[in-house]
Design a protein around this ligand. Structure first.
Ligand SMILES: CC(C)(COP(=O)(O)OP(=O)(O)OC[C@H]1O[C@@H](n2cnc3c(N)ncnc32)[C@H](O)[C@@H]1OP(=O)(O)O)[C@@H](O)C(=O)NCCC(=O)NCCS
Length: 170
């Protein structure tokens, strides 16, 4: 079974908060941050498996503190655990007040990507070798999150079967 160090999938991205990125509270628009998160997480997943990847799910994005225009926003991501063709990616968002230097965890997220071949079929990916304490902790707890996701996926499918696809103007 192929294995790869978690550190080889690590990515970092630091940005400023521009006036076009904020909401009516003058803090970073949540949708903008979610796009950054999906973007960086997909790069980690690709670096881990060196295949085409798609986002299968996002567990949640927990916005823990607002991001202000005086902050820099640093996103860090890496693959924490893999199933057969799926990869769990953890994303941590750290803000730094550029005047005071104070840092905060602004958000965290777990996303799942699936590696696909040229026929768009899932293909096996290497397992993860965690090294740091943070990597080990996230790796050890991942199986439980994957099981929760499996249950939620079944529920989502059942829910979708029950929804209508008619538009009101039809
Ligand atoms: C994700 C996708 C490729 C799965 O394809 P599938 O034919 O249903 O494949 P399978 O049921 O064999 O699942 C393949 C793997 O994906 C995982 N998976 C599928 N859906 C999942 C979900 N919603 N959440 C977490 N994992 C999921 C499975 O657990 C399985 O993992 P494993 O190989 O590690 O055991 C398919 O549902 C898809 O293409 N979805 C749309 C993806 C997309 O367009 N993303 C961009 C959003 S804009």
């Amino acid at each position: 079974m192929e294995q790869q160090y978690a550190k080889l999938s690590r990515c970092y991205k630091t940005s400023r908060v521009f006036p076009t990125d904020v909401n009516n509270h003058n803090t970073l628009f949540g949708g903008k941050l979610m796009a950054y998160i999906d973007d960086i997480a997909s790069i980690s997943a690709s670096k881990h498996c060196r295949e085409n990847v798609v986002t299968a799910s996002t567990d949640s994005v927990d916005f823990l503190s607002p991001v202000r225009p005086t902050d820099s926003v640093c996103l860090e991501s890496f693959v924490t655990w893999t199933g057969k063709s799926s990869m769990e990616v953890f994303v941590k968002v750290i803000t730094e007040d550029l005047i005071t230097g104070e840092r905060k965890i602004a958000a965290t997220a777990f996303l799942t990507f699936v590696a696909l071949n040229d026929d768009q079929r899932p293909v096996p990916v290497p397992q993860v070798i965690p090294e740091t304490e943070e990597e080990k902790r996230l790796h050890e707890t991942a199986k439980h999150r994957a099981e929760m996701r499996r249950i939620r996926r079944e529920q989502s499918k059942a829910f979708a079967d029950y929804l209508i696809t008619d538009f009101p103007w039809e």
